[in-house]
Design a protein around this ligand. Structure first.
Ligand SMILES: Nc1nc2c(ncn2[C@@H]2O[C@H](COP(=O)(O)OP(=O)(O)O)[C@@H](O)[C@H]2O)c(=O)[nH]1
Ligand SMILES: [Mg+2]
Ligand SMILES: [Zn+2]
Length: 351
């Protein structure tokens, strides 16, 4: 395995999937960006543009390459032929009527949930990201930026820690590389970190300071359309000169939950533990007698904010999951209809 590919995060998990080890010489690479149908694949030092094989063009969105994917190119190295099985996948459900999962970033080891010490900070937002992170199979780290703009960093740290027992919380002035040792400790050689969080919290600034170079600014210059000139508009995988890979994920306005029921249970383990002691097994923790959750709130052992957030995220997840299931069901019955119509046609043709 070449050193360049190792530095890009290639590990045996991926090489074991190759039909032939000689593919490693020139046809295996990592996706650094995807903009509509333009895919950039990094094999050694230069990212090359590539298209999709006809099969991949027809594939479900979730099966098409995304940033961070390891792929096999065709012989001419112009098309992606295969997407290797992912170690982890951060996905989201499409906005508006496109209720279908879409891949956001693949093969991430650590997720930086970036939030700033100002009005943007919200525990429920962190809880939402934590559920998505757990579902993706990635280690979360909360990164609190803009500590230079608050008098009370400690209070923000305390609030961030309250969202999950043992969650690592790092603080940063993203503009000052001297404050980033805590954050840096989470970035190791050959490992991939994705940065998520609302727009404006300092993800690109953090990336540039970590690289001690304006990687994201280079990005802005390359983007020709005026629209997104000063903000990151697309996801991109960057290689840090000091080792390690970072994916800047621009602010995703619509980050709805779907299919994360189990992960919500992990994030809100404290509430689920309490709920096991409720008198009724189907207790909604609203006004039922013998409710251990309400009792914990009364006794200040649980914040009512947290219960409300848990219930809200659960409702949202249940609704989206039902829509997804309904869509699948509809897809099946439509397929059945087509099959029946074809059979009927064949029979008619036979007579
Ligand atoms: N004072 C201060 N400003 C910051 C910090 N992090 C980011 N900013 C500023 O916040 C704005 C948005 O940052 P940007 O990196 O583009 O946010 P992104 O949308 O998350 O990528 C920029 O003007 C940054 O200079 C910080 O830690 N302290
Ligand atoms: Mg940005
Ligand atoms: Zn209860």
């Amino acid at each position: 395995m070449s050193e360049a590919l190792q530095k890009l995060g290639l590990v045996p998990f991926f090489t074991q999937q190759l039909a032939d080890a000689s593919l490693l010489d020139s046809r295996v690479g990592r996706v650094t960006s995807v903009q509509r149908s333009n895919i950039a694949v990094l094999c050694d030092s230069e990212a090359m543009p590539a298209g999709l094989s006809p099969t991949l063009q027809q594939a479900k969105p979730l099966d098409r390459p995304t940033v961070g994917d390891w792929v096999v190119l065709d012989e001419s190295r112009t098309r992606v032929e295969q997407v290797l099985e992912r170690k982890s996948l951060f996905k989201r459900i499409g906005a508006g009527t496109r209720t279908e999962f879409q891949p956001v970033a693949a093969n991430i080891d650590t997720l930086f949930i970036v939030t700033s010490c100002n009005e943007e900070f919200k525990e429920s937002r962190l809880e939402r990201y934590l559920a998505l992170c757990d579902e993706a199979g990635v280690t979360p780290v909360i990164v609190l930026t803009k500590i230079d703009l608050t008098d009370d960093t400690a209070d923000h740290v305390r609030r961030a820690r309250s969202v999950k027992d043992g969650i690592p919380v790092e603080t940063a002035n993203a503009l000052d590389p001297a404050t980033l040792d805590g954050v840096r400790a989470w970035i190791s050689d050959n490992s991939t970190v994705a940065l998520v969080g609302s727009s404006g919290v300092g993800k690109s600034t953090l990336l540039n300071s970590l690289a001690e170079d304006s990687l994201a600014a280079t990005n802005e210059v390359r983007e020709q359309d005026k629209k997104g000139r000063h903000t990151t508009t697309h996801r991109e995988l960057h290689q840090l000169p000091s080792g390690g890979l970072l994916i800047d994920v621009p602010g995703m306005r619509e980050l709805r939950l779907a299919g994360v029921e189990e992960s919500l249970g992990t994030v809100f383990e404290d509430i689920e533990q309490l709920a096991m002691q409720c008198q009724f097994t189907d207790c909604k923790h609203e006004s039922e007698p013998g409710c251990a959750v309400l009792k914990a709130i009364e006794e200040d052992r649980l914040d009512v904010r947290r219960l409300l957030s848990y219930q809200k995220l659960q409702r949202e997840n249940a609704l989206a999951s039902a829509t997804l299931a309904e869509k699948r069901e509809h897809g099946r019955s439509f397929g059945k209809m087509v099959k029946e119509a074809k059979l009927l046609k064949q029979r008619k043709g036979a007579t």
